[in-house]
Design a protein around this ligand. Structure first.
Ligand code: ADP
Ligand code: MG
Length: 347
């Protein structure tokens, strides 16, 4: 078991600019994490530094307080699964699973026991004698995962977009299996993904990255309630968080055309209010009236784009009787309002 700490860590590939900007972060032993961000934001770089495939240009990697920065992958008890399954296509499933143990000179009887146990856990037991290339894409990914799990000393599983090649129903199943394994064996799991749904349904801590920077790490609820930046507010939640300009009136900041306001924070830079479409209602809070400009469904819920005082925001509508052009009397509780200065949450 290991708690993983990245201390003053950063990485540049040699062209001078940071692929991963300086960060300090601890991965709790047994936790489920998602690294969420668009392509090129540094997710794989971070994962490869944890597994030892890549040596960081700055900072240290600590497992349970022990410095492992200079240790290679083999010396770290980490299993890594990649986007494309890494398997020996002509070998049987059993031989694929056994391979890491054979390399370490584990006795044959012990290998057999481990391979059987892992294959059963992953639902591969029926396929043990089949050649790996005969299996489906998701089963191949399970073999990759299984090769990581056969080692008894493995303490963390790193998954780099492993679900990309898998169809949606299988994705759901595999995610469920991963969570069960996390619970049963207490393995720390880090899932890299650019899909917010995948991140939010899998992880208890979601680490949002953008442009080589960790923007915010928090529970799905924290990311929803208090997005640290406008980027997080937009990236997490569907529809995205609303952002409307805030105007300064004396020592207050006011949401234009409404009675909604909060104290003026110190500092300079443009101020915006953020609020979730889910928090716009009809009963509680200050008036936020407007006219429906657009209407659409997301699942069973109706979403409206609403014009107010020259701006547009989105709201979830409780009934389904509204139509475009209707004027609505809406309300927003002050507690739902977040203030951003230069797109960063004002504490
Ligand atoms: P992600 O996994 O989020 O898509 P990566 O960690 O792979 O992002 O890449 C982060 C940045 O580092 C990108 O700008 C990418 O082009 C660059 N990069 C990744 N690998 C290398 C490499 N081996 N050499 C040079 N630049 C790289
Ligand atoms: Mg990547």
């Amino acid at each position: 078991m290991a708690e993983i700490r990245l201390a003053n860590l950063a990485h540049a590939y040699g062209n001078g600019s940071y692929a991963l900007k300086p960060l300090d972060m601890t991965w709790r032993n047994g936790g489920t994490y998602a690294l969420l961000g668009p392509s090129g934001c540094g997710k794989s770089t971070m994962l490869n530094i944890i597994s030892g495939l890549l040596k960081p240009s700055e900072g240290r990697v600590l497992f349970d307080g022990q410095d492992v920065t200079d240790k290679d992958t083999g010396a770290r008890n980490i299993a890594q699964v990649f986007q494309v399954p890494v398997i020996y296509r002509s070998m049987t499933v059993a031989d694929n699973l056994a391979f890491p143990l054979v390399c370490r000179g584990v006795p044959a009887a012990r290998i057999k026991a481990r391979v059987t146990a892992v294959a059963e856990r992953l639902g591969l037991a029926r396929h043990l004698t089949a050649r790996a290339n005969r299996l489906t894409a998701d089963q191949k990914q399970l073999i990759s995962l299984g090769r990581g799990l056969v080692r008894e000393d493995v303490s963390a599983v790193l998954l780099d977009e492993p679900l990309t090649v898998i169809d949606p129903q299988m994705k759901f199943e595999l995610r469920k299996t991963l969570k069960e394994i996390n619970r049963e064996f207490g393995l720390t799991m880090v899932l890299v993904t650019h899909d917010q749904n995948e991140a939010l349904t899998f992880a208890d801590t979601v680490v949002v990255m953008n442009h080589g920077e960790v923007i915010q790490a928090g529970s799905p609820q924290e990311l929803f309630d208090r997005p640290a930046t406008a980027h997080v507010g937009t990236f997490i939640g569907s529809p995205a968080m609303n952002f409307l300009p805030a105007t300064v009136e004396g020592d207050r900041v006011v949401l234009a055309g409404t009675g909604l306001s909060s104290p003026l924070p110190p500092g300079s830079g443009p101020l915006t209010f953020g609020f979730r479409p889910e928090h716009v209602g009809t009963t509680e809070g200050m008036a936020l009236d407007g006219r429906i400009a657009r209407l659409w469904f997301e699942g069973a819920e109706q979403i409206a784009s609403i014009e107010t005082a020259g701006h547009v925001f989105r709201a979830r509508l409780p009934g389904t009787t509204a139509s475009v052009g209707d004027r609505l009397s809406l309300r927003l509780p002050i507690s739902a309002l977040r203030l951003y200065r230069d797109e960063r949450l004002v504490a």
